[in-house]
Design a protein around this ligand. Structure first.
Ligand code: ADP
Ligand code: MG
Length: 351
């Protein structure tokens, strides 16, 4: 799920966006000894069902490589703890539903507890208990039929984050029988936050961690803000907007990466917890926030809430901005990004 792109070095995209195609030479190139010239290095891994790309800039290539390896390892650690696709602490917790309270690692109790707060904040659009209904859908292989509506209705009885009991004091979680948690809408953002922390701990000051469109951006790219393109949700290869970003996060969710078509209708992986069916709020939702976990959960929520309620919420939250594409293709932009992004149906940039 790659919904955002770092533009630098991508000549076609750079010319599309009207930028010069060359990375500036480091200012110190002629005066410093060769070993202190900053270099850009990157690595790619497969994590959390998507592509992880880490990009770093610094003087010491060996250190950069060590830092990136440690950061990638950290995201894999988070995945191993929080996946519900195979055995994990989360899977064991889900298996304990209806059997009383269960001790879980502190980190898992904490993210579940933040997930529940996000449920309240988003007027129930974000719901980590969506999984009771979500598990009836299969977005990996196109199905021969839709899930049985009776089964969806029955599953909705187990979709309610308010019914999860979490104790932060003793790290216990209790799930009612039939309930299942899925952290797919928040764990990637958390992993990205953790990976960036590891890079910083290694002394890295300029970097991007991008897990399939969940991006955390640190510092500058050779003295200038990083240029990040948000993909157009319907025009492959086109950019909806290009943002200049530093020390922030940009996360995009959408209906166009994990989906299937059935009898002419589009079904995708973000579930409206009120209906048990794929959300119909936005084709694409990009959220800018200081923290990737928060941006991740809010971007998912925007796809449920739609541009109207979604932007109302974004405007109430300090330091949070959004670019939303409604189901009619109209582009809606929060107040802090107006001027940087063409809005309200104006022609987006195209390649
Ligand atoms: P992506 O994983 O494509 O980047 P998102 O961050 O929007 O996209 O997360 C979508 C994932 O979130 C789904 O695959 C599912 O695991 C989970 N999810 C789906 N609907 C909801 C919801 N209403 N609230 C919380 N999580 C959800
Ligand atoms: Mg999300």
């Amino acid at each position: 799920m790659i919904k955002t792109r770092i533009l630098s070095g991508t000549v076609a995209l750079l010319s599309l966006a009207g930028f010069s195609g060359c990375r500036p030479a480091p200012e110190s190139a002629n005066t410093e000894p060769a070993e202190s010239i900053p270099v850009l290095r990157s690595r790619q891994d497969g994590v959390m069902g998507t592509r992880l790309k880490i990009t770093v800039i610094g003087d010491d290539p060996a250190l950069l490589d060590r830092a990136m390896a440690a950061a990638a390892g950290e995201i894999k650690r988070v995945e191993d703890l929080m996946t519900d696709w195979r055995a994990s602490e989360l899977t064991s917790l889900n298996e304990s539903a209806g059997k009383g309270s269960r001790k879980v690692p502190r980190e898992l109790a904490a993210i579940i507890s933040r997930g529940i707060e996000l449920h309240r904040l988003t007027d129930s659009a974000f719901d980590i208990t969506f999984a009771a209904a979500g598990k009836l859908w299969n977005f990996k292989t196109p199905p021969k039929s839709l899930p049985d509506p009776g089964k969806i209705k029955a599953a909705l009885r187990h979709v309610n984050a308010d019914a999860v009991k979490v104790s932060a004091a003793d790290n216990t979680v209790e799930l009612p029988a039939g309930m299942k948690l899925g952290l797919g809408g928040i764990a990637k953002g958390y992993g990205v936050d953790r990976a960036m922390k590891i890079l910083r701990d290694h002394g890295i000051r300029n970097a991007i961690v991008d897990a399939g469109g969940d991006m955390k951006i640190l510092g500058l790219e050779f003295g200038k803000p990083w240029k990040i393109a948000i993909k157009h949700p319907r025009r492959k290869g086109s950019a909806l907007a290009v943002l200049n970003l530093t020390n922030t996060c940009l996360v995009t969710s959408g209906d166009y990466e994990r989906f299937f078509e059935f009898e002419g209708k589009h079904y995708h992986h973000i579930i409206d917890p009120r209906t048990g069916y794929p959300a119909r709020g936005c084709m694409s939702a990009s959220v800018v926030a200081p923290n990737a976990e928060y941006a991740d959960a809010l971007a998912t929520s925007m796809c449920v809430l739609g541009p109207g309620k979604g932007l109302e919420l974004i405007e109430r939250l300090p330091k949070i901005e959004a670019v939303l594409v409604g189901m009619d293709g109209k582009v809606h932009v929060s107040s802090g990004l107006r001027g940087q992004v063409p809005a309200d149906g104006s022609e987006p940039a195209s390649e």
